[in-house]
Design a protein around this ligand. Structure first.
Ligand code: SF4
Length: 482
């Protein structure tokens, strides 16, 4: 469907608002029109005299209007509200984040709390101006309250390190990350690790020179435990030798797939990073759903991996679940939540299924869960909250069922700090490896600059001299900031 902007400059944001009502279909912003044809259906916005107008034409016209405020953000917001009203009526949907479309709906709220805005004023703004539902507003406020002390810990010289291991045993149906299955890419792994260790060394030398303090290390991917214990140990030792870990607050290793976990790997991780936080991710506790999403592991392997992790002395475990997976049901998802709670992990992250064009899962396949997914995430929130966990980070993605969110819950004191820092963009994240993107945060202005690495391991290896050249931007960025 076309969205005609008639000279108004808010195409990107308004398109995203409309897109929430048309899962898997495209809403295309067009600068002008339609003038003399009544294209059906189409959406349009215009400013005529002192009035803003938005309409939907589908055989007949639904028109909403309001007085025009001063140009800029308020105008964009009011047009979004007009379109939201029209499309709610047209589709019967009421996306619960209202006209908020961004990845970080908490960020503005945290800033408002820090600026001393009262909760009453925040509630009014989110519910009345932005149409956020009372449930989402409460979730956002609870998350912001847990986040605040974590954010305040960070100092201008703090940074976190992300180490990318972009390999997985198989590719999940919903995955759009750079994750080469080891079957295909096994021959690249040794060479990849040689280059990765070199990039770690070069990055650490720059950091030493700048006097920055490393607060959180995060091994992600992919699935880092796809590597052998020896390979993983080698990369972790390189981090330990090259970086000063005396100011470190947290060390996380994703051991996402239970079928990649062995006693030797967990012992290696624990020996090299005492107090480590580990992710062991079931996604669902239904074998039939696991098969449908191509995970190639079973629920009993998950239970076995959890027992093993506890017997190896791992005391901070995160478990991920996904609401809205193909073939799952509300009852099945509820059983997964209850089953995970019975395992008493310190963190539980509840994702809502996101469909990406690069993934094997199609919008069509995901569509039948649209009606269920809201009940799924609300059930998760109530059950997990009742067991003493609090939400501590939250983000959204484009293409998520019902435009819902991903939420990290933690027992008090067990929050994954890295997750908060990357989502809030509190401090720089220096990322190494293929597919990794470094985010530099200006210590005074907060301005963000990104430095990208090559996406695929073979490019990363073959273009490695450029990878190293780009590292120099870290040094220059901080020197310019002085
Ligand atoms: S485990 Fe994660 S990174 Fe690997 S294929 Fe599945 S979704 Fe992608």
């Amino acid at each position: 469907m076309n969205l005609y902007l008639n000279g108004l400059p808010y195409g990107y944001e308004l398109q995203r608002v409309c897109q929430m009502f048309f899962f898997g279909e495209k809403v295309l912003p067009q600068p002008e029109g339609p003038q003399d044809t009544q294209e059906s259906p189409h959406l349009g916005v215009a400013k005529i005299g002192g009035e803003l107008r938005a309409w939907l034409y589908d055989g007949e016209q639904t028109l909403r209007r309001c007085p025009a405020p001063e140009a800029g953000r308020p105008t964009e917001e009011r047009l979004a509200v007009l379109l939201y009203g029209i499309l709610s009526e047209y589709t019967g949907l009421r996306p619960s984040w209202g006209v908020l479309t961004g990845v970080r709906p908490i960020k503005q709220m945290v800033a408002a709390l820090e600026d001393g805005m009262s909760e009453e004023a925040i509630k009014k703004r989110y519910q009345e101006d932005l149409l956020v539902s009372p449930q989402r507003l409460q979730l956002a406020l609870d998350t912001a309250r847990t986040e605040l002390p974590i954010l305040r810990k960070s100092t201008p010289d703090s940074f976190s390190l992300y180490v990318s291991i972009p390999f997985c045993p198989t590719r999940c149906a919903y995955c759009s990350f750079v994750s080469h299955s080891v079957g295909q890419a096994a021959r690249l792994v040794p060479d990849y690790l040689d280059h990765l260790c070199q990039e770690i060394q070069v990055t650490a030398a720059i950091v030493r020179n700048l006097g920055l303090k490393l607060r959180a290390v995060y091994f992600g991917g992919g699935t880092p435990t796809t590597l052998s214990a020896e390979q993983l140990g080698r990369v972790m030792k390189t981090v330990e030798q090259e970086f000063d870990l005396s100011d470190l607050w947290e060390y996380t290793v994703e051991a996402g797939r239970p079928d990649t976990i062995t006693k030797e790997k967990l012992e290696t991780i624990r020996a090299l990073a005492p107090g480590v936080r580990v992710s062991i991710n079931p996604q669902t506790l239904s074998d039939q759903v696991l098969e449908a999403i191509g995970r190639r592991h079973t629920t009993s392997q998950l239970y076995w991996a959890m027992d093993l992790a506890r017997s190896c002395g791992l005391e901070n475990i995160n478990m991920d679940l996904i609401a809205g997976l193909p073939t799952d049901s509300l009852e099945g998802f509820q059983a997964s939540i209850n089953g995970v709670l019975d395992l008493h992990p310190e963190n539980i992250t509840v994702h809502t299924l996101t469909v990406k064009r690069a993934a094997n899962l199609t919008f069509q396949q995901a569509k039948d869960k649209l009606d269920l997914v809201g009940d799924m995430v609300n059930y998760a929130r109530c059950q997990i909250g009742d067991k003493g966990y609090a939400p501590y980070y939250l983000y959204r993605q484009t293409g998520t069922l019902s435009s819902l969110e991903n939420v990290g819950y933690a027992k008090p004191g067990c929050e994954g700090l890295y997750n908060v820092y990357i989502m809030d963009e509190t401090h720089s994240i220096l990322a190494v490896g293929a597919g990794a993107s470094t985010k530099l945060r200006h210590p005074v202005t907060g301005k963000i600059e990104r430095v990208y690495n090559y996406k695929y391991p073979y490019e990363y290896i073959s273009q490695f001299s450029t990878v190293l050249e780009r590292r120099e931007r870290i040094r220059a960025f901080y020197q310019e900031a002085k």
